[in-house]
Design a protein around this ligand. Structure first.
Ligand code: ATP
Ligand code: MG
Length: 302
């Protein structure tokens, strides 16, 4: 019988992303912004990279750290919460996986939450209580660090309803807006981990063609992440206005400055990493800038 297994291709890089869910679309969009494109496969589990030899594997997010540890894929986009939970749970038992880059989407926090009516006096209050979570390794590590003895109730989903069902007294769950907790009459009281989507990969460098491909992907990612909220600001000013203008650009790279008009008028160009609002432009104008222009940045290679 012919094997349907996808052979390990050391000259290609395989990146795992979530098949569907919160991280699926932003992960694809980010990789596409790095210039990657794929041929969609009918089963949508494996997408062959076109142009660059970088393929996609579409899986459940929980599987990503294990797939990297097994060498079934080389890199993965996954929430820090999942990566750290599995790292703590399997400490020493699997090859080390590193967070290579924080990707700036999928922000949430792993937080302890208690019923709204509890007067919260501090973490010691959790002693002897039952805490429901899908992150038992991270919760146990936090309890141990804080010298709290509590019972950890492991649930694979619907954690926030556990107190109302009488399964637990408190929960340790992912929170972004807090609306789900509020809907279940719970209040967040303590953060255990600040999370976002990260690019994960083996701690050791690849020793074949994948090393150059991974470097290329990281270089492009850095370019995309660096300019994500950045704008190019162009303006002119007289030389003596410079000392007033530069403090108004604390989030900008040192500007490129050219002298025009025989030397007293300067043309400035600066990469701003924060929002360049109308208010900021007006402040710059009042401080002596003119001809202000804000340009989007499409690509950058440092
Ligand atoms: P899968 O089917 O792939 O296992 P899932 O249900 O485990 O999906 P999602 O709910 O899509 O996963 O969440 C994926 C990741 O999104 C989480 O691990 C976390 O890093 C991030 N995230 C951001 N905000 C939230 C939130 N409010 N609740 C849960 N996860 C969030
Ligand atoms: Mg999952």
């Amino acid at each position: 019988m012919a094997s349907t297994a996808i052979p390990a291709a050391r000259e290609r890089l395989r990146v795992a992303i979530q098949k569907s869910g919160r991280l699926a679309d932003p992960a694809r969009a980010l990789l596409a912004a790095c210039g990657l494109a794929w041929r969609e496969d009918r089963d949508r589990l494996f997408c062959h990279g076109e142009g660059a030899p970088i393929d996609l594997l579409l899986v459940r997010d929980d599987d990503i750290p294990g797939l990297i540890a097994d060498g079934a894929c080389d890199l993965g986009v996954v929430g820090r919460n999942v990566l750290r939970e599995q790292a703590v749970a399997t400490r020493g038992a699997t090859p080390a996986i590193r967070e290579l880059r924080a990707l700036g989407f999928g922000a949430c926090r792993l937080a302890l939450a208690v019923p709204e009516e509890w007067p919260w006096q501090g973490a010691a209050q959790l002693g002897g209580r039952r805490i429901a979570t899908s992150y038992p390794a991270l919760l146990r590590a936090w309890l141990a660090d804080n010298a709290i003895e509590a019972e950890v109730v492991v649930l694979s989903g619907s954690v926030e309803i556990a107190p109302r069902l009488g399964q637990a007294d408190a929960v340790c769950d992912l929170v972004s807006s807090g609306a789900t907790l509020a809907a279940n009459r719970l209040k967040p009281v303590c953060d255990i981990l600040a999370s976002e989507a990260v690019l994960a990969g083996p701690a050791a460098r690849f020793d074949d063609a994948r090393a150059d491909l991974a470097d290329m992907l990281l270089r492009r990612l850095d370019g995309v992440l660096r300019i994500r909220d950045s704008k190019l600001l162009l303006f002119q000013a007289s030389r003596d206005a410079l000392a007033r203008l530069l403090p108004l650009l604390p989030d900008a790279e040192p500007p490129t400055i050219c002298a025009i008009d025989g030397g007293d008028t300067l043309a400035l160009q600066s990469l701003c990493h924060g929002a360049v609002t109308w208010q900021r432009l007006e402040e710059l104008k009042r401080a002596g800038a003119c001809g202000l222009m804000v340009l989007p940045i499409e690509r950058m290679l440092a």
